[in-house]
Design a protein around this ligand. Structure first.
Ligand code: PFF
Length: 451
């Protein structure tokens, strides 16, 4: 069954839509990528800019996607064509490529999570958290779990059991909250906690002044990645919402859940990393895995809690991965008339192959991730915002007002916010991201290639 069929019935309830959107938003971005970025970009200075991006850019951008989607009742390619004219379908096509790329490495990292889940049965990671991560994150182990995760996604998307998402989210989000709160309380008792909080929560203006060129694009990329913005997922989901629903309220709610979970993950990761003397930046992509494994090794019932945690975390990764894969599959079905099972196998197989090189070395995660999050997602959103704010704001304003009533000056404020400050910040951020990526390619990546 296509997303269309099920979505059309289930989104009839407001909760169904919110849960699906939260399911897409809450995933590796919150628990893996967020602490990793905070660590890499110098702590609280990054957090500050990130929160700024979530509120000032994430919310308006989400409303842009919601209004395009609900207005057209179509997939992203069709919806953009409808909104802006024929040429805009190419932007929709760009979104499909972005989803394809993100899913390819998302599955590799999700494979790590699944591996930790299985490792929890034996407590494999408790002894040597850092060594364990380095062992399973690359090579044949990583490839195997990348395959396992991808197969699970293919089966679910091929069967079209979208209803499972609702169930998964209803269990996963509360479980993650409870477990993260518990872990954060434990982490607060550790000797390094004070220094960790200072690092995480009190922005150092010096760091900001010195590193803004990498902090700004990283924060923008993280905001789009974690909210599932910039490639049409929210267009798709909104295409099934009822006309009388208040899009702004829904957006605020989804963003609230997503941001809260990320911030909570930081309260777990940093005290544990500080206490272990590892330091926030050193473990890079392994930050949260090493911190959690270290934490579970120290507390009562750690192994059991680890099992529960990595189970909930796997579900979170799965619901996001389903949204990423489904958007490409339903496009192939709608626009090219492919049969669902075949389309899913071909697309999922392609995503697996594209992700396979990521298992060679951790530097490959950066190669894919910076390009996808900091450059492509931001580009996708910039294009949509130009369409809605400069080219044709009327349609979006009309759509947004449907569940709200007269928008008054707030509507104009929204359009003007997007038109000038938001676009300006994003363009600067995009320019910095491109410069940073070239530096990465000619620096660490060239070094890696040179052996
Ligand atoms: N928002 C998801 C996460 O934070 O893990 C990842 C993601 C899903 C990104 C869907 C982009 C997307 F379209």
């Amino acid at each position: 069954m296509a997303l269309d069929d099920i979505a059309r019935e289930s989104w009839a309830t407001r909760v169904g839509f919110i849960l699906a959107a939260v399911g897409s938003a809450v995933g590796l971005g919150n628990i893996w990528r967020f602490p990793f970025q905070v660590g890499q970009e110098g702590g609280a200075a990054f957090l500050l800019i990130y929160l700024f991006f979530i509120l000032l850019v994430g919310l308006p951008a989400m409303l842009v996607e919601f209004s395009i989607g609900r207005r057209a009742h179509l997939n992203p390619v069709g919806a953009l064509r409808e909104y802006g004219g024929d040429a805009w379908k190419y932007v929709g096509a760009l979104f499909m490529c972005i989803a394809f790329l993100i899913m390819s490495y998302y599955s590799v990292v999700a494979g790590w999570v699944v591996r930790y889940f299985f490792g929890s049965f034996t407590g494999a990671y408790l002894e040597d958290p850092e060594g364990y991560f380095l062992e399973i994150a690359v090579g044949i182990d990583a490839l195997l779990f990348h395959a396992i995760f991808m197969v699970a996604v293919i089966v679910i998307v091929a069967l079209g059991v979208q209803r499972g998402i609702e169930l998964a989210v209803k269990g996963m989000v509360p479980a993650l909250i409870v477990l993260l709160v518990g872990l954060a309380v434990y982490a607060a008792t550790l000797p390094g906690a004070g220094a960790a909080y200072a690092y995480y929560l009190s922005p150092d203006v010096g760091v900001l002044a010195e590193d803004w060129r990498s902090i700004v694009p990283a924060a923008a990329g993280q905001a789009f990645f974690t909210l599932s913005l910039g490639m049409g997922i929210m267009i798709t989901y909104a295409s099934y919402i009822a006309e009388d629903q208040n899009l702004a309220e829904d957006g605020v709610m989804i963003i609230g859940f997503d941001t809260g979970l990320a911030i909570l993950a930081g309260f777990v990761a940093f005290p544990i990393l500080f206490a272990a003397g590892i330091g926030p930046a050193d473990p890079g992509a392994g930050a949260i895995f090493i911190a959690l494994a270290g934490g579970f090794g120290e507390i009562a019932f750690g192994q059991l809690l680890g099992l529960a945690f990595f189970f909930a975390f796997s579900l979170g990764a799965l619901t996001s991965a389903i949204s990423l894969t489904e958007v490409v599959v339903s496009y192939a079905i709608d626009e090219h008339g492919l049969e669902r099972t075949r389309a899913t196998l071909a697309i999922g197989g392609g995503m697996f192959l594209l992700g396979a090189p990521v298992t060679i070395d951790l530097v490959m995660v950066d190669l894919y991730d910076i390009l996808a999050a900091e450059i492509l997602l931001v580009t996708g959103s910039v294009l949509m915002m130009i369409l809605v704010s400069w080219i044709d704001p009327g349609k979006a304003l009309d759509e947004l007002s449907k569940g709200i009533g007269d928008l008054g000056t707030l509507g104009d404020a929204w359009i003007w916010l997007v038109r000038v400050p938001v676009l300006l910040v994003l363009l600067v951020s995009l320019g910095l991201a491109v410069v940073g990526y070239v530096e990465f390619l000619t620096g660490p990546f060239a070094e890696f290639l040179g052996g």
